[in-house]
Design a protein around this ligand. Structure first.
Ligand code: PEP
Length: 249
């Protein structure tokens, strides 16, 4: 069965609650699609108003982060159960900005992936290499390490439902999109890694996005690659352009 495309916006630390509702209203007619799953991953404080604003549309809401503990003395953190109760369906785990600025390592991310599944959230697990690693020629070794460590203890049935986002760090927020060939090559490599870790059916089912300066001009080429099932979009998800990315065909 063909995999359904999924295009997710990562709003990052942008949009106050009132700005978020305004953006969701503006994007409503532009992101309507029968063929593509659309997700807005929004700041925690925007979740409740955005869930309300997209009610009755094809848009699902995601979180940009969560903590792996059930509840308790973890000041400032948000649990998976809180996200579910607020109407969240997806959660970004392991974005390079969290790995880099907040020192989240693969052992921690593995706990978050487990907790997300346990709570009924769909993880969007990010992986990606720095420019330095790419130039050293170890891109795929690095990505395989990330995928393997982040998915320890995760079952094939769980992996079949999740989303993996390949985001080369050098392409995030830089305006420098990976070439279609570079993006397809790594997404194919990720699928091969999943086939080795699990089986061919799991690799066939898992959805793999490309992320890194995707825009209205690059989306069609990227998303029509055999192993790219949509995109994780930062900057362009805050503009009307996001509608063109969703309706890339
Ligand atoms: C991202 O933050 O996931 C991202 C891909 O950002 P941008 O599209 O702005 O490069």
């Amino acid at each position: 069965m063909a995999r359904r495309k999924i295009v997710a916006g990562n709003w990052k630390m942008n949009m106050t609650p009132s700005e978020a509702v305004k953006l969701a209203e503006e994007l409503k007619p532009l992101v309507a699609s029968e063929e593509v799953d659309v997700v807005y991953c929004v700041p925690a404080i925007d979740i409740i108003p955005v869930v309300e604003a997209v009610k009755g549309t094809n848009v699902a809401v995601g979180a940009e982060n969560m903590y792996f503990e059930e509840k308790g003395a973890y000041t400032g953190e948000i649990s998976a159960a809180m996200l579910v109760d607020a109407g969240v369906k997806y959660v970004i785990i392991g974005h390079s900005e969290r790995r880099d600025y907040f020192k989240e390592d693969d052992a921690l991310l593995n706990k978050k992936v487990k907790k997300a599944f346990e709570a009924g959230l769909t993880p969007i697990l990010c992986c990606g290499e720095s420019l330095e690693l790419r130039e050293m020629g170890v891109t795929m070794d690095w990505i395989r390490f990330q995928i393997k460590s982040d998915l320890v203890g995760i079952t094939a049935d769980q992996v079949k439902t999740m989303v993996i986002a390949y985001e080369p760090i050098w392409a995030i927020g830089t305006g420098k999109t990976a070439t279609t060939e570079q993006a397809q090559e790594v997404c194919k490599g990720i699928r091969e890694c999943i086939a080795e870790m699990y089986d061919a059916a799991t690799a066939e089912a898992v959805r793999i996005q490309y992320g890194g300066s995707v825009n209205a001009g690059t989306a069609a080429d990227l998303f029509s690659q055999p192993d790219i099932d949509g995109g994780l979009v930062g900057g362009a998800s805050l503009k009307a352009e996001f509608g063109q990315i969703v309706n890339y065909k």
